[in-house]
Each structure stands twice: as C-alpha cells, then as structure tokens.
Design a protein around this ligand. Structure first.
Ligand SMILES: [Zn+2]
Length: 246
C-alpha cells in the first residue's frame, strides 16, 4: 500500500497507465544492483532513487577524483577523496530519503558477486572493463537476472539488455572474451552529456523491466553517435557456439 506522500511523490509516474500503482509498488519492492558509480552509474543511481526503487546496492572500489566531476554528476566537489559509493549514497538519499542503499567499496570476487546478483531483480552494468562485464553476464545468465549493459567513450555510446529468456542472446554472444582491450575514458576522453544519454537509457530499461512494461533492447545493440546525433541498431541472435548460453 502506498502512503499519501508516496502517491504524491510518484504521481507523475503513477499517472502513466503502463506503470500505474502496480508498477510503482513493484519499483518500491525491487532491489537493483549498480556496478560502477562513474559517468554511467551517476544518472542510473540518481534516476532510480528518485523514481522510487526501494533498494539499491552500489558497488565501486574507486574514490572521487577532480577529473571525474566533469561528467560523474552524482559526485560533488566536496566529495573528492571520498569513496564513490559513499558520495553516491549521500546524493541518492538527498533525492529520495526512503531509498535503502547498501554500499560495497571494493571489487567482489565471482562468488560474492553471485550471492549479490542472486538477491537482485536487475543488474545494471556501468563498469569500465571487459573482465567485469563478462563476469556479470555469466552470473546473470546463471541466475536469469536481467542485465542492462551500457558503455560510453569519446562521442560514442552503446546500450543493450539481456533477459536470458529462451531464444535471446547474451553479452558473450556478442563479444569474444580477450578480443578487446579495455578502452577507458582516462585514455580516450569522453564528452560530458554522453554518459547522461546512455545512463538515462539504462535507468529507463531497468524501470521497464521492473514494472513489466514496454519492450527492452533485448537482442538489439543500440549504438549512439553524438557527433552525428544518430542511433544505429544491430539485431543479434544467440550464437550457437556461445560458451555461456548455448
Ligand atoms: Zn551467449
């Protein structure tokens, strides 16, 4: 049962017939995992807290640095030197004090990550390295927990969602492990609002998954080019030789 305050706080979302009271209650009862509290994790955590997701677990082993502030808008100047998860928690709670927020300021190994993912409704991958991405895909596939994956660098971003339902591909169907070197914003640069574009879409995918409405980008890789302001969509299928899902 929503309180009068909740009905008012979330009224603009409840007003949407696709969300309604039931969707809002689902959000309030949900537990989402956000891996990485940098450029993508910032809008993801802020929108999901504001939208009324009941519980967020934030994972990041990094501390806030002056060079982060250009795009990681969940962190403030005063937070420099603090754990990113601590700084992110303060901002998220300032947006919505009723959100339950757990923080993990180190990189959990595969076993611990499995325990965390098993308890989550959706995992949002906002990390910056392939080894973590592959690990999240393996575990999410194992427990059939939907994974929303985003990446952003320079002027380019990408987005895809994996629900692991019958006939849908996984992250490993798309990428060979060891075929890629990590490309980071530290080495390549990134234009500030790009991470807002992609991160906001990750938050939107998570809200649809939880409220059970609309169509996610499962089986579709969305590629954004900020220089042309264009989106390209690549449809892809499960790979018969995929070592994770086949
Ligand atoms: Zn696969």
């Amino acid at each position: 049962m929503l309180t009068d305050e909740q009905l008012l706080k979330y009224s603009r979302q409840i007003m949407l017939p696709q969300i309604d009271i039931a969707g809002q209650e689902a959000l309030l009862n949900s537990h989402l995992l956000i891996i990485g509290l940098g450029g993508l994790g910032a809008p993801v955590a802020m929108y999901l807290a504001a939208a009324g997701v009941g519980e967020l677990t934030l994972i990041d082993d990094d501390k806030v640095d002056l060079s982060n502030l250009q795009r990681q808008i969940i962190h403030q100047f005063e937070s420099i030197g603090k754990d990113k998860v601590e700084s992110a928690k303060i901002t998220a709670l300032s947006l919505n004090p009723e959100t339950r927020i757990n923080i993990i300021n180190y990189r959990p190994g595969e076993e611990e990550m499995s325990t965390l993912i098993e308890q989550a409704n959706v995992v949002i991958d906002c990390c910056d390295n392939f080894s973590t991405r592959f690990m999240l895909n393996r575990i999410c596939h194992n427990y059939r927990v939907p994974l929303v994956s985003g990446a952003a660098i320079r002027w380019e971003g990408q987005l895809s969602t994996y629900t692991y339902e019958q006939g849908t591909p996984c992250y490993r169907c798309l990428y060979e492990e060891d075929a890629f070197n990590d490309q980071t914003c530290t080495q390549n640069g990134v234009v500030a609002p790009l991470v807002g574009v992609i991160g906001s879409m990750q938050a939107m995918e998570a809200i649809k998954l939880i409220s059970g409405t609309g169509h996610t980008v499962t089986g579709r890789l969305m590629l954004f080019d900020g220089m042309d302001m264009s989106w390209r969509e690549i449809r892809f299928k499960p790979r018969p030789a995929c070592p994770v899902c086949s």
